[in-house]
Design a protein around this ligand. Structure first.
Ligand code: R5P
Length: 316
């Protein structure tokens, strides 16, 4: 059985294939001069994707990732349905269908934060992207989705995978925190799971976002005097949330502050900004960058097994 990665899924595709004990195939992806995308499955792998369930690992970020993901799913659907037509008439042109078993695993689900109408007239972007993807696969696995409820009503089974167990192990082995902080209420479940796994203290802040670059935290007494603290969030974008939380921790006596997240977007100089506020930044491999030091593949593998079992298919 095979994991097929798009251009955004190579590293995590390696980890996922190793966790499942499957073969990892790289789909070819390039751009035409006008920037339109092109994907192709090398011929030598066509038989393998008809041989059992297939997992496509691909991000829906940036926007070009959505198109690449859809092209790849459409291509694999054709092959699995036996639609092999080509201009040169190379045989076979038609085969039988191999049935359901095309799973999409999305390490970083772009558009996740627009999960409701914050103002009248807005698109619910996360749901729109979810519906689009669900129309092209038999099951979906999403890693540490910002607000999972938005994908609850899709037409295919969805597994919400979490890399918090691996994140906790990594923090324990590298910085040994004795306090975990959630920088807002939205990250409480994830951060408290990490604290429980490590067996250390936990608290959270209440955050108000003024705009994309400005956030404020409500003042709160935190029991962090002399402690090593890790702030745990689902994603870091501009770094503003983490920098403000780190300032609050330092002012209350924390001796070291680390930032850990599933998704390291690091937009607009975030890594530089963070370096003057925290002692270390740790992210999973959902997005390729230098802070991606926590494997995201094992969590996705757990999600794949759960979707396969919901589809009554064998993962072994
Ligand atoms: C929002 O609720 C998210 O969980 C993150 O806290 C947020 O997206 C981080 O963004 P930034 O790094 O720009 O503050």
């Amino acid at each position: 059985m095979v994991v097929v990665s798009s251009s955004s899924g190579r590293t995590i595709g390696d980890e996922l294939a190793a966790s499942l004990g499957w073969t990892h195939v790289h789909a070819e992806a390039r751009r035409f001069p006008d920037t339109e995308g092109y994907v192709r499955l090398p011929e030598e792998h066509v038989a393998a994707v008809r041989d059992g369930p297939v997992v496509v690992v691909s991000n829906t970020f940036p926007d070009a990732g959505i198109v690449e993901t859809l092209l790849l799913l459409d291509l694999l659907r054709d092959i699995r349905e036996g639609r092999m037509e080509n201009l040169r008439g190379i045989e076979p042109q038609r085969l039988g269908s191999v049935g359901p078993g095309l799973i999409l695993a999305v390490p970083y689900f772009g558009y996740a934060r627009q999960d409701k109408r914050f103002k009248p007239g807005e698109a619910i972007s996360a749901r729109a992207i979810g519906r689009l993807l669900a129309a092209h696969c038999d099951g979906l696995v999403v890693l540490d989705l910002h607000a999972p409820a938005v994908l609850n009503d899709l037409d295919v089974p969805v597994a919400f995978a979490s890399a918090m167990p691996e994140l906790a192990t990594h923090l324990q082995n590298t910085v040994c925190p004795d306090f975990i902080l959630s920088p807002d209420k939205g990250a409480i479940d994830r951060a408290s799971a990490v604290a429980a796994s490590i067996g250390c203290g936990f608290s959270y802040l209440e955050k108000t976002r003024i705009d994309a670059h400005t956030i404020v935290h409500k003042a709160k007494d935190l029991d962090v005097e002399g402690r090593v603290v890790a702030i745990v969030d689902d994603m870091i974008a501009t770094g503003g949330t983490i920098c403000r939380a780190a300032d609050a921790l330092r002012s209350q006596g924390a001796v070291a502050v680390h930032a850990a997240c599933s998704h390291g977007l690091f937009t607009g100089g975030a890594v530089n900004r963070l370096s003057s506020h925290v002692d270390g930044v740790h992210a999973t491999s959902s997005l390729p960058n230098r802070r991606a030091v926590i494997p995201g593949g094992p969590a996705i593998a757990r999600g794949v097994r759960s979707v396969l079992s919901l589809l009554d298919l064998d993962a072994s």
